[in-house]
Structures are given as C-alpha cells and as structure tokens.
Design a protein around this ligand. Structure first.
Ligand SMILES: [Zn+2]
Length: 65
C-alpha cells in the first residue's frame, strides 16, 4: 500500500452558491425581518439560527428562548 496521499474531500452538499449570497435576504423565521449579511450563509439571523449547541451534559437547550 502506497496510498499516503491526503485527498481533500469534495464537499458534496451542492445546495447553494459559494462565496457571497444575495444581498437582501432576511431571516427565514416568521415575523423576523432581520437582514442577513451576504456573507452569512445561513437563512436565519443569529437569533433564529438553529445553532449547533455544544454538548451540554444532559441539559436541554430550548431552541427558541
Ligand atoms: Zn430572525
């Protein structure tokens, strides 16, 4: 076996265009008109983004505070 080359894994989630996004997007949450940065690749503002919470030992984190 001589296969020691590190191969980059292709990102296959071909969902959205790369780099910048539309300029006038607003949060995808209902009743929220927070403008999204065009560098923000999410569909929600920081308040509504379905954040990946770090593991909090058995604690349940409410999604919408
Ligand atoms: Zn929002």
């Amino acid at each position: 076996m001589n296969d020691t080359t590190m191969k980059g894994r292709k990102f296959t989630g071909a969902t959205r265009a790369p780099k910048t996004y539309e300029t006038n997007r607003t949060c995808a949450a209902k009743d929220c008109d927070t403008r999204l940065s065009r560098y923000n690749r999410r569909e929600w503002c920081y308040t509504h983004a379905p954040t990946k919470y770090p593991r909090l030992r058995g604690r349940i984190v409410k999604a919408d505070a």
